[in-house]
Ligand binder design. Structure first.
Ligand code: PGA
Length: 229
C-alpha cells in the first residue's frame, strides 16, 4: 500500500521536521512493502533520513529561470527530491492549470526521471450525471499524459470529496477504480476526506492501492494510525 500525505499550504519548516520525527517513530510498525510519502509545502522541503519519501506539491518545468513565485528542478535537486504531485484539482481549479500545461509539466518531470503522483477527479455535476460520465471525464484528464510511464502513480480524488468531510462511498470508489484499472495498469490511490475512521475500509476495496490524504494527515499520529491500523 502507498500512504501519501498532502500538507497543501499547512505546516512550517519547523513543524514538518517535528512531524516527520514523530511519524518515523510510529511507522516502525508499518507493513513491509508499504510506502509512505509526505508532500510538505515548498518551504519545508529538506533531506530526512528514514523510511519516508519526500515529494514536492508542485514545481515549474525548468531547471531555473525567471518564473516568479515558482521553484524549479534546481531547488528540488538541492534536497534530492525525485517525487512530484501533478494535476491536483486545487492547481487545476484555483491556480488555473490547463490540461495542456499539466501535460507539459508531466512530460518535463518524466524526462527527469521523477516519480509522479498524477491526480484526477471529477466535479460534483459530472458525478451526478452517473458513472459513465465520470469515467469519460477522468479519462479525458489523461490527455497528453504518458500513462505507460513506469514511475507513474495515479490518485483518484473526486473534487466534491476533497476537504468536505464527505468521502465517496465504498461503492463509488470501487466502481471507479475498477473502471480505471481497465485502461491503467498503475498503482491507483484514492483521496478525498480519508481519515482514520474510514481508511481501513477504503484500502480494503479491490483496485485501491493506497491513499492520498489531506486534512487528516496534518496530525502525525492520525496519519500513522491510517498506515499501521
Ligand atoms: P482531504 O484532501 O483529505 O483534505 O480531502 C485530499 C487531497 O486533496 O489530496
Amino acid at each position: 500500500m502507498i500512504f501519501a500525505a498532502n500538507f497543501k499550504t499547512n505546516h512550517t519548516r519547523k513543524s514538518t521536521k517535528k512531524y516527520i520525527e514523530t511519524l518515523l517513530t510510529k511507522i516502525i510498525a508499518k507493513k513491509e512493502g508499504d510506502k509512505v510519502y509526505i508532500f510538505p509545502p515548498a518551504t519545508a522541503l529538506d533531506q530526512f533520513c528514514g523510511d519516508v519519501i519526500l515529494g514536492a506539491q508542485n514545481a515549474y518545468m525548468a531547471q531555473n529561470g525567471a518564473f516568479t513565485g515558482e521553484i524549479g528542478l534546481e531547488q528540488l535537486e538541492e534536497f534530492e527530491i525525485k517525487t512530484i504531485l501533478i494535476g491536483h484539482s486545487e492547481r487545476r481549479e484555483i491556480l488555473g492549470e490547463s490540461q495542456t500545461f499539466i501535460a507539459e509539466k508531466f512530460a518535463y518531470f518524466q524526462s527527469h526521471g521523477f516519480e509522479i503522483v498524477y491526480c484526477i477527479g471529477e466535479p460534483l455535476e459530472v458525478r451526478q450525471q452517473g458513472q459513465h460520465s465520470v469515467v469519460e471525464y477522468l479519462l479525458s484528464q489523461f490527455e497528453g499524459i504518458d500513462t505507460s510511464y513506469e514511475k507513474l502513480i495515479v490518485a483518484y480524488e473526486p473534487i466534491w470529496a476533497i476537504g468536505t468531510g464527505r468521502s465517496a462511498t465504498l461503492e463509488e470508489i470501487g466502481n471507479t477504480h475498477e473502471a480505471l484499472k481497465k485502461t491503467l495498469q498503475k498503482p491507483l490511490l484514492y483521496g478525498g476526506s480519508v481519515k482514520p475512521e474510514n481508511s481501513k475500509e477504503i484500502i480494503a476495496i479491490r483496485g485501491v492501492d493506497g491513499l492520498l490524504v489531506g486534512s487528516a494527515s496534518l496530525d502525525a499520529e492520525n496519519f500513522a494510525k491510517m498506515i499501521t491500523d
